[in-house]
Design a protein around this ligand. Structure first.
Ligand SMILES: *Cc1c(COP(=O)(O)O)cnc(C)c1O
Length: 236
């Protein structure tokens, strides 16, 4: 087998493992696996991996840096992929991201909403925005996210933006803690949001290490990197 064949086999086996975990978690939670979307986070990985993933039936991929994402989107233009932007987003990169991302998971401030709306309009696209919620009792600026109390005006701002769609909420579980209370809180935040915005039903939560907890708490979109692609360099 050549290198590409070996890599494809490795990714295929990892994907099978993740899909098996998703089925088991859905079954334990009394949910249908059809209601779960797997977003494979390909940050730091080459476009060749994205291409192999597409061949293995992956339709949703996630990136966290604009420059890197942009290059990969270009190299994968022939593939039918939905690109998700999941990382911290600087306002001055918003227009670029709005040019290729169908969903932005990390919307956490009004200025970013305005910049994404302008960018999406210029690109003639509609971009679905998830509000990133900061669930850490000790707010961690490096990870982003708005405190739950700031969500209603942010949600209204997205809903009012002609080129944006309010899709729902996203969170990253606080580091080195039981993720369960955070995901339960996120489910409550989602329920509150849907009182005013019934269509905003996406809950993006769960990564390689905690997807079972996220599924148990109602997650609809799982962002999985290392469990599919192997470990990244410790810098990322
Ligand atoms: C990298 C990343 C992921 C994937 O994390 P893994 O632990 O590799 O599964 C998910 N969400 C965000 C926001 C990320 O930056």
């Amino acid at each position: 087998m050549n290198d590409a064949g070996r890599r494809a086999a490795e990714l295929g086996a990892n994907l099978d493992g993740v899909r098996r975990r998703m089925r088991a978690a859905a079954s334990d939670a009394g949910r249908s696996v059809q209601d779960l979307t797997l977003v494979v986070v390909t940050k730091t990985r080459p476009a060749d991996d994205v291409r192999l993933l597409a061949g293995l039936g992956v339709g949703d991929v996630g990136e966290s840096r604009d420059q890197e994402a942009r290059a990969k989107v270009e190299q994968c233009q022939d593939l039918q992929l939905v690109w998700h932007f999941v990382g911290r987003l600087q306002t001055n990169k918003a227009a670029s991201v709005a040019g290729y991302a169908q969903l932005v998971h990390s919307v956490d401030r009004a200025r970013l909403v305005a910049a994404l709306d302008r960018g999406a309009e210029q690109a003639g696209r509609r971009v679905t925005c998830l509000l990133q919620v900061d669930l850490d009792p000790v707010p961690d600026d490096a990870r982003g996210g708005a405190p739950p109390a700031e969500l209603p005006p942010l949600a209204d701002a997205v809903a009012r933006s002609p080129s944006l769609v309010l899709g729902g909420v996203m969170a990253v579980a606080p580091r080195a803690q039981d993720p369960r209370p955070a995901f339960e809180r996120l489910a409550q935040v989602s329920a509150t949001l849907r009182r005013d915005h019934p269509g905003a039903a996406i809950i993006s939560a769960g990564m390689s290490g905690d997807l079972e907890h996220a599924v148990a708490c109602g997650a609809t979109h799982l962002r999985v990197g290392t469990a599919v692609l192997g470990s990244r360099s410790p810098l990322r």
